[in-house]
Design a binder for this molecule. Structure first.
Ligand code: PMP
Length: 281
């Protein structure tokens, strides 16, 4: 298994990071996940732009174009043939004596690896989702590698045999532990606005565009948890989740059978078509 680290492609056993790396000590870094399909990396530019924007938000001085140039050499080293893969990238503030303040003139630690990974044409899973309090911080817009709030709530879902945890802050549904959430009511689509309480998912943005293309009314308006039972459909979005129908959210059952709501299905089909197009630029 090969890993790209600070300019070199290593066998993963030979890739080493200092214990004084600020990613290790403070979770001081940004990550990104994207998928390579048969015709290129799906929404590559959107993912790389988001990585750069997030690094800029926390003043890690790193130019993502350097990492972009290493993607193909890394993928070539895997001999994947025409297999599709998932690409993980992480940039931390680098190695420095442990002090909270940002160190000066320290190069970022840059790491990337890929894994064979295939996306189903449509995600036919119908998700069982629990509700959890959103006890994360107020900068959920930052794609931070510090993910304790996300992993703790996801773990609660796993221990309850659910597929995902959806988070509630001050009575309002924000997002999932690693997904965004959408609702449908009277043929209108709703999702939380892209502010500091959610991560602005690339898949979320794609779904907003698809709604506009399909002339489905879409509103970036958050849904209170006590209105879930009045919604007609709900779905999750994410790079690896794609668009996944929700069958149960908290106590509310949307579909008892394997049924998928009509608007969710329409969006799933439109999303599947996009994957056939080259979206990498
Ligand atoms: N919200 C959170 C908290 C996430 O971790 C993710 C996945 N990284 C998403 C939403 C979905 O984002 P994307 O569609 O870009 O994968």
């Amino acid at each position: 298994e090969k890993v790209f680290l600070n300019g070199t492609i290593y066998s993963s056993n030979d890739a080493h990071i200092s214990v004084f790396d600020r990613g290790f000590l403070f979770g001081d870094g940004i990550y990104e996940v994207m998928v390579q399909l048969g015709n290129g990396i799906f929404y590559k530019k959107a993912h790389l732009d988001r990585l750069q924007e997030n690094l800029d938000k926390i003043n890690i001085p790193y130019d993502v174009s350097h990492l972009e140039a290493q993607i193909n050499p890394l993928l070539d080293s895997y001999n994947l043939g025409d297999k599709t893969c998932l690409i993980y990238m992480q940039v931390t503030r680098g190695v420095a004596p442990r002090k909270h303040a940002y160190p000066k003139d320290v190069p970022a630690t840059v790491m990337m690896y890929a894994l064979p990974f295939s996306l189903p044409h449509i995600n036919t899973k119908n998700m069982q989702v629990i509700l959890q309090p959103d006890f994360r911080w107020h900068r959920c817009d930052i794609k931070s590698i510090s993910l304790l709030g996300n992993i703790m709530t996801n773990e609660a879902a796993m221990t309850q045999n659910a597929d995902e945890a959806v988070l509630v802050r001050d009575g309002i549904i924000t997002e999932g532990s690693h997904t965004n959430i959408f609702f449908i009511k009277d043929e209108k689509v709703y999702t939380h606005p892209a502010n500091e309480h959610i991560l602005d998912g690339i898949t979320r943005k794609i779904v907003l565009e698809l709604c506009r293309d399909l002339e489905i009314t879409v509103m970036e308006k958050a849904i209170p948890a006590d209105k879930i039972s009045s919604m007609d459909e709900a779905f999750l979005t994410g790079t690896t989740t794609q668009i996944a129908s929700i069958s149960k959210l908290g106590e509310h059952v949307f579909h008892t059978s394997g049924a998928i709501g009509p608007i969710t299905l329409k969006l799933q089909e439109a999303f599947a078509k996009l994957k056939g197009l080259d979206s990498s630029t």
